[in-house]
Design a protein around this ligand. Structure first.
Ligand code: 0RA
Length: 646
């Protein structure tokens, strides 16, 4: 059967399919194996190799993993595990290490007894890394010898050989690889991205010592992560810039019905829920059965304890899940033999047996814990009861923001200048700082698909207030009503009236503050909007440069200097008129349209919070009460933009 596009004009006989199974297929379609060939894919290669070493640690044979970023963009990953087998495979007729490096999904073929619990989402195996590397070298210490092999773009270039004798008890694997510049768009690693994941892996794999070293000139550094307390330390780390309500982290680690379960939790005095869940070291962003089991057990146990202690005597309500998780920081990590991942991003666990395993364990364990720790139990119960009271108040406030139906525009806020189209996919809303810029935006906009909501009052800091307070804030209510998707448990992304929600603030400190307040609000109350990719930041120009009839808008200082040079000409004598825009209000409607709102010419930054752990930390530090972390944080402010990945 010929392909009509002509790009893959081949017949599908067995021989052809065979060819496609090899590493050649990986080089042809790298995206299918590692997601992308950009920065993300590059980091994925490192993860893939690290995961193999972590598997060896999880099996109990390695306790040290070392990752080094070299100056020439190559990476070394080294562990002290058993070493990849070097003996001849009986049927494949090559040494195990060569099999692992050159055959797709060969991992399990020579080790039936071990089961892979770790592994990146793709779980593609180290042969994919080999296929996508210009050069890969591997050293294996095993059976008293150090063995060596190397490869180029997946092909064996040096067959297995023995380099030297080593003491018999010295074992391990070292992989050095240089990603292929013909495959990857650039070969720049982000130390912070790798360090973040390695720190997380150290928390998730109690006792494993993980070191990252950056040897690149000018940015040399090294860190070692080693969490003897496992998730207990993870929770302490997450709560570091918050105020815990009880000093001891509630912690359990055990195996139940063949599921490895580790759980740590500690309440803080805030109002947000920070519950992270992992399966086989993979962050299950979309949750799943393990998380459901944990949540339902927690709600049940806290309610049962409240009944017993007469906590709810005067209240005629039960504690909801949200109530018992207010201010809760928790990490749940399970190890499952045959995980089934579901969901849009394949980060939702589907195994039903895991739900009951986690639920019964947490039921028993927490009930006993609350019995044995009455002081902590009281603190948790008081927190949940006051959350329940606030929830009642919030419900009343929320009724004020809820529109009867998506079509009912009767309740839309008066200051919203809505657009005329009704298909959300085509519609945008600009949240604009100040009335004067709001006015310009209203005049400059295309009214068919662009809505304008001027924000003039103070936006509440959601990091310091509970939901009822947040919802009584006029500006917040207006935003919620205009967007139409509801919040928290009533949130429905399908009801959003716009698929682009664009924050447009002045390019000054106040503007940055308002932007951060809005982002914090979206992150805490409507994270799904960020996940859906609906939140954007407008980029107004910083300067207008004009010479005669020529005019240019520039968006940063570098660009300003370049354009300036060009306009001045080689003799440097041209007169250039430079206007600095301190606020959006200084632009007339036409200028605002031309520079910031016209889809043909504007640049929008899409807000994309990749890592919930660091985003939470960022917002806590930026918006919370603790002064010291905030000072340190703002001093390293570049981090802010980077973590938001905007
Ligand atoms: C399969 C079997 C055995 C070790 C490994 C895989 C292994 C792979 C990697 C990859 C990086 N580091 C690694 N360490 C070990 C050993 C089986 C045995 O000794 O019985």
């Amino acid at each position: 059967m010929a392909n009509k596009n002509g790009d893959e004009d081949r017949t599908y006989d067995a021989g052809q399919i065979q060819v496609l199974k090899g590493l050649e297929a990986v080089r042809k379609r790298p995206g299918m194996y590692i997601g992308s060939t950009s920065e993300r894919g590059l980091h994925h290669l490192v993860s893939e190799v690290v995961d193999n070493s972590i598997d060896e640690a999880l099996a109990g044979y390695a306790d040290t993993v070392r990752v080094t970023i070299h100056n020439d963009n190559s990476v070394t990953v080294e562990d002290n595990g058993r070493g990849i087998p070097v003996d001849m495979h009986p049927t494949e007729k090559m040494p195990g290490v060569e099999l692992a490096m050159t055959v797709l999904h060969a991992g399990g073929k020579f080790d039936k007894d071990s089961y892979k619990v770790s592994g990146g989402l793709h779980g593609v195996g180290v042969s994919v890394v080999n296929a996508l590397s210009e050069v890969l070298k591997v050293w294996v210490k095993r059976n008293g010898s150090e063995h060596y092999m190397d490869f180029a773009r997946g092909d064996t270039t040096t067959k297995l050989k023995v380099l030297r004798d080593v003491p018999k008890k010295e074992t391990g694997t070292k992989v050095w690889f240089k990603p292929d510049h013909m495959i990857f768009t650039d070969l720049i690693y982000r130390y912070d991205t790798l360090a973040l994941r390695l720190r997380e892996l150290s928390f998730l794999n109690k006792g494993v010592m993980i070191t990252i070293s950056d040897e690149r000139l000018g940015q040399e550094k090294s860190e070692t992560f080693h969490a003897k307390g496992g998730l207990k330390e993870f929770v302490q780390y997450l709560n570091a810039s918050k105020k815990p309500l009880h000093s001891e982290v509630v912690y359990i680690e055990t195996t139940r019905d063949d599921v490895g379960i580790e759980l740590a939790m500690q309440y803080n005095d805030g109002y947000n829920e920070n519950v992270f869940s992992f399966v086989n070291n993979i962050n299950t962003h979309e949750g799943g059965t393990h998380l459901t089991g944990f949540k339902s057990a927690l709600t049940r146990v806290v309610n049962a304890h409240a009944q017993k202690g007469n906590f709810l005597k005067k209240a005629d309500f039960t504690l909801s899940g949200d109530d018992v998780r207010e201010g809760l920081t928790a990490v749940l990590s399970v190890k499952v033999r045959e995980p089934q991942f579901e969901g849009q991003t394949k980060t939702k666990l589907g195994n039903s047996e895991v739900e009951s395993a986690v639920k019964t364990l947490v039921n028993e364990f927490l009930a006993a814990y609350l019995e044995e720790h009455p002081r902590t139990a009281n603190i948790i119960l008081e927190k949940a009861v006051s959350a329940a009271r606030a929830r009642e108040a919030a419900r009343k406030a929320r009724d004020l923001t809820r529109r009867k139906s998506a079509l009912d525009v009767g309740n839309l806020p008066g200051k919203l200048a809505d657009c005329s189209l009704t298909d959300p996919a085509l519609c945008e809303i600009y949240l604009v700082e100040g009335d004067s810029a709001g006015g310009s935006a209203k005049q400059g906009r295309r009214r068919d698909f662009q809505a304008i909501l001027p924000l003039r009052g103070k936006i509440i800091n959601v990091e310091k207030a509970r939901i009822d307070k947040v919802l009584s804030n006029e500006e917040i209510r207006t935003i919620i009503t205009a967007i139409g998707s509801g919040i928290k448990e009533e949130f429905d992304v399908g009801k959003a009236r716009y698929h682009k929600i664009i924050i447009m603030t002045d390019a000054d400190v106040d503007g940055a503050h308002i932007r951060t307040l809005l982002l914090t609000f979206f992150y805490r109350q409507m994270p799904e909007l960020i996940e859906a990719g609906y939140i954007y930041i407008a980029q107004p120009p910083l300067f207008r440069l004009a010479k005669g009839k020529e005019e240019y808008y520039v968006y940063d200082l570098l660009e300003r200097d370049e354009v300036m040079k060009r306009l001045q000409g080689s003799d440097g004598r041209g007169t250039v008129n430079v206007q600095r825009y301190k606020g959006l209000g200084e632009m007339n409607p036409e200028q605002l349209w031309n520079t910031t709102m016209d889809p043909e010419r504007r640049t929008l930054l899409k807000v994309n919070i990749e890592d919930a752990v660091s985003a939470d930390d960022m917002f806590t530090k930026l918006m919370g009460d603790e002064v010291e972390p905030r000072r340190v944080f703002i001093e390293a402010n570049a981090q802010f933009v980077k973590n938001l990945d905007i």
